[in-house]
Ligand binder design. Structure first.
Ligand code: NDP
Length: 276
């Protein structure tokens, strides 16, 4: 019987995930299907249990935090972040979940900084946002041994609550009251807000007045994002979230099948889906 994997979120219509995972399954020659399903808060628990029976799936907006609370066996990454984006059924029927956004961010941010001639370890960073992506980013920075993070979020209380919950070990993090306070020297500035999803969105931050080496946008697009184009025009190394998307998906497949698919076909499939 073919295994079945699902993307559970709301909305899911424009996600490149089915194309990307389809390419991964084909490359690994595994007998599995992947489909996106829109589910409400109330439907999430049943949908996860159904999908985990002989398979698993991914969780996207707005359910990552709710999904974490529904697991029987959370990985340490879920425990630290309070968010789950990847789940599967164990042999004994229990529901297991992981947060692969953390590893996806780490892999792609390390690559960006290496290409820019620097490294994440010991870096000074500015993180925009306080949602699920920002949590994954901050835990990744902490695990990588980054030295400092200044955090700015539209809702200051949200950023303060996030830092209280995360209990960072190495990373010295503090909340900025205003984007105007972001005036230091950074190695990396990260957009983990949802600004950039819509063409009409303003830029998350004007980079021209900052001293930084690189900019990482968790938001992705077929030709980068307006913010990564702005960063490159300001002379910075920049990456949008496409590599993070591909890497978190490769780690998801590793969780499910014990082997990582090649990135190339997945990236191509995601780009084709984004262009369609
Ligand atoms: P959440 O809904 O959890 O958080 C959204 C964040 O964006 C909050 O900090 C929110 O601020 C902020 N925000 C929303 N609208 C505005 C606005 N108009 N102005 C300023 N700030 C705003 O979403 P996620 O953290 O899960 O996702 C954020 C982005 O990251 C999404 O675009 C998502 O697609 C992307 N992402 C990419 C991944 C990848 O693999 N590349 C993985 C995960 C996410 P406030 O607290 O004030 O509401």
């Amino acid at each position: 019987m073919r295994a079945r994997y699902a993307l559970l979120g709301r909305p899911v219509g424009h996600s490149p995930a089915p194309a990307m995972y389809g390419a991964a399954f084909k490359a690994l020659q595994v007998e599995a299907d992947y489909a996106a399903t829109s589910v409400t808060d109330l439907e999430l628990s049943d949908a996860m249990r159904r999908s985990a029976d002989g398979g698993g799936g991914n969780i996207t907006l707005p359910h990552k935090r709710r999904a974490a609370a529904l697991l029987d066996v959370p990985t340490p990454s879920v425990g630290r972040s309070g968010a789950c984006n990847c789940f599967w059924g164990a042999r004994d029927g229990s529901l297991v979940g992981d947060n692969t956004d953390i590893g996806g961010f780490l892999r792609s941010a390390r690559r960006l900084l290496k290409d820019a001639g620097t490294r994440l370890e010991g870096s000074r960073t500015l993180v925009l946002g306080a949602g699920g992506a920002a949590r994954a980013v901050l835990i990744g920075l902490d695990e990588a041994g980054a030295s400092a993070a200044e955090v700015f979020n539209r809702t200051r209380l949200g950023a303060e609550g996030m830092l209280d919950e995360l209990k960072l070990e190495v990373l010295q993090a503090r909340v900025l009251g205003d984007a105007g306070e972001a005036a230091g020297r950074y190695d990396l500035v990260i957009n983990a807000t949802s600004l950039g999803l819509r063409a009409s969105d303003p830029l998350p931050l004007d980079l021209s007045r900052l001293e930084t080496t690189a900019a990482f946008d968790c938001v992705y697009g077929r030709e980068g994002t307006a913010w990564t184009r702005h960063a490159r025009a300001s002379g910075l190394a920049a990456s949008d979230g496409l590599e993070m998307l591909v890497e978190q998906a490769r780690i998801s497949v590793l969780n499910w099948f014990g082997v990582e698919p090649p990135a190339g076909p997945m990236r191509q499939a995601a780009l084709a889906a984004l262009g369609g």
